[in-house]
Write a protein that binds this ligand. Structure first.
Ligand SMILES: Nc1ncnc2c1ncn2[C@@H]1O[C@H](COP(=O)(O)OP(=O)(O)OP(=O)(O)O)[C@@H](O)[C@H]1O
Length: 363
């Protein structure tokens, strides 16, 4: 579902918070709104679900003005995830997530299925967490319950207002990674407010940069990062914005080759030594098992104990190139195998394929 803003305006008395904005939030894309405090981000978001009424202009969802959609239906078609305060403290995790399905009068069996499915999706074991109260969870876990609740009735649109803003940086990264995995699966139209440019670049398919109620620049994340329109945008992006695109580019887009793999139980040393590839990947039952560096094969002792030189580092294909470089530097290797969610090998990544990707601007 796409959302169009047409000449959208919001005045608070004689102060104009949102000033004649024309924009489209594209179907199934995550659009980030970013800008300095007070630039109108939250006001725009809340006008979408009519928590704030606009002064003039129009908001069109899939061709229909929101004036022609019943407000209750409108809000049900939009999940809403906000910072921290979103959960009802006196309700269990289960009941918090079940709020909208119960309003919609789903039967209890269907609600239970949905709540358990969502808890699994946000990586919270339902058998442990469904009965807990918000106060018994960590900040990051509460936030994941917030995301699950926003998705409960399977809305087409998700509005997220600094959903990870109150989480410490390390857990924040984990939540962002988890959320990217979820979005890959559910493909919602998401409008996401943040003031953190790294988060914007990492999560956003598209970025809207706002300044005093106006759009300063809008476009795909790479377009904006590569071609900032003016000094204001450059200031928002910060000094090392090219480097930040590493957060946005995915390992899966930068694979250098599909490697030949060797079943560890049928390993043929002489054949492996002939391979061009820098690393030899070992599998067991078609799943990733480990890898050895080709040059290491010559140093293999008489006992031919492969495991003595085997490494088990691997990269998941949904990780960012930023994470990939981090892991490669930590592991002290310049080439790593890449696996999918089923632990099947899908390719190899090395420094040169990463730099090629960065230099091409992600294309
Ligand atoms: N109810 C209100 N009455 C008067 N002014 C308001 C009201 N709500 C918001 N404003 C003003 O409108 C402007 C935009 O507010 P908004 O909350 O949309 O900003 P924001 O970009 O989300 O800021 P932040 O990043 O600090 O959350 C601000 O200058 C704010 O002071």
């Amino acid at each position: 579902m796409s959302i169009q803003l047409k000449n959208l305006k919001k005045n608070y008395n004689d102060f104009t918070a949102v000033n004649n904005i024309n924009l489209e939030f594209q179907d199934k894309k995550l659009s980030v709104l970013i800008g300095p405090s007070g630039c109108g981000k939250t006001t725009i978001l809340k006008m979408l679900n009519r928590l704030i009424e606009r002064t003039s202009g129009d908001i069109i969802i899939d061709g229909k003005s929101i004036d022609n959609i019943n407000t209750i239906d409108l809000r049900r078609s939009m999940g809403y995830v906000i910072q921290e305060i979103g959960l009802f403290p006196h309700m269990t995790v289960f009941d918090n997530i079940a709020v909208v399905p119960r309003l919609l009068k789903w039967d209890e069996a269907k609600i239970k299925n949905r709540v358990y499915e969502l808890l699994d999706m946000v990586n919270l074991d339902p058998s442990i967490n469904a009965k807990k109260y918000p106060a018994q969870l960590s900040g990051g876990q509460r936030q994941r319950v917030g995301v699950a609740r926003g998705l409960a009735a399977d809305p087409n649109i998700l509005l997220m207002d600094e959903p990870f803003g109150a989480i410490d940086p390390i857990n924040r990264e984990t939540l962002q990674d988890g959320f990217l995995e979820i979005q890959e699966k559910i493909q919602k139209t998401i409008v996401f407010v943040t003031h953190d440019i790294r988060e914007a670049i990492k999560l956003g398919d598209r970025i809207v940069i706002l300044n005093q109620g106006k759009v300063e620049q809008e476009g795909s994340t790479l377009e904006v990062v590569k071609n900032p329109k003016n000094q204001f945008v450059r200031n928002i992006l910060g000094e090392d914005s090219e480097f930040k695109t590493l957060e946005f580019l995915k390992v899966s887009d930068s694979l250098s080759e599909i490697p030949k793999t060797y079943d560890v139980d049928k390993f043929d040393l002489e054949k492996a030594k002939q391979e061009d590839s820098k690393i030899i990947i070992l599998t067991k039952n078609d799943k990733f098992f480990g890898f050895v560096e080709n040059r290491g094969l010559n140093n293999l002792g008489d006992n031919k104990n492969l495991k003595s030189i085997m490494k088990t580092y691997k990269l998941k294909n949904h990780l960012s190139l930023f994470d990939a470089l981090n892991i490669m530097l930590r592991a002290g290797v310049s080439t790593l195998p890449v696996v999918d969610n089923d632990n099947k090998v899908v390719g190899i990544i090395d420094f040169s394929s990463i730099f090629k990707k960065i230099n091409s601007g992600g294309e």
